[in-house]
Design a protein around this ligand. Structure first.
Ligand SMILES: [Zn+2]
Length: 104
């Protein structure tokens, strides 16, 4: 279901280092600003988590974060998860496996 708007985001980007998380947050933030994606807000997700846009602006984030987004054009859903305390990982990826573009 991905479209030309979000095809660049339809990749699995593994996050292992704080610098990679920073980059992933920056890219997601830019795509929210330009209207490509929006944060998916659900009550269940709001367990003390600040809105993503605030998080991105603050430059300071929790050790564990989990945010969901969707393409404004086609509705493709994405998730950004990270665990920065141990730097052990996280990723940016479309929620639907079939949406992940093969990266050569
Ligand atoms: Zn799309």
């Amino acid at each position: 279901m991905s479209c030309h708007q979000c095809q660049d985001l339809c990749i699995e980007y593994r996050i292992a280092l704080p610098t990679e998380l920073r980059k992933a947050i920056k890219i997601a933030h830019e795509n929210i600003i330009d209207g490509t994606i929006e944060e998916i807000l659900s009550k269940a997700d709001r367990s003390g988590q600040i809105p993503f846009i605030e998080l991105a602006k603050s430059g300071a984030w929790d050790d564990v974060l989990c945010y969901r987004f969707r393409c404004q054009e086609c509705g493709e859903a994405f998730c950004l998860t990270a665990e920065t305390y141990h730097g052990s990982g996280g990723s940016w990826k479309p929620e639907r496996k079939g949406a992940i573009r093969a990266v050569p």
